[in-house]
Write a protein that binds this ligand. Structure first.
Ligand code: SF4
Ligand code: SF4
Length: 62
């Protein structure tokens, strides 16, 4: 039982890179031209969710 982690909806992601720039944990990288969250690094700060211009990032269900 941990905090929910950010997850990217690959269908919605435009690969703008904005979330990668703002994540202070360096938890997001581009994989196959879409943003992808490394759950081991994510501290659930919500910055990426607030930054994504198309709402592609949300909290992953446990
Ligand atoms: S919630 Fe915070 S730590 Fe987790 S991926 Fe988004 S910006 Fe990074
Ligand atoms: S900010 Fe949103 S659209 Fe841009 S790379 Fe991240 S998830 Fe994709």
């Amino acid at each position: 039982m941990g905090k929910p982690k950010a997850i990217v909806d690959r269908e919605t992601c435009l690969a703008c890179g904005g979330c990668i720039s703002v994540c202070l944990q360096d938890a997001i990288s581009m994989i196959a031209s879409k943003a992808s969250v490394n759950k081991e690094k994510c501290i659930s700060c919500e910055i990426c969710i607030k930054t994504c211009p198309v709402g592609a990032i949300s909290w992953e269900e446990d």
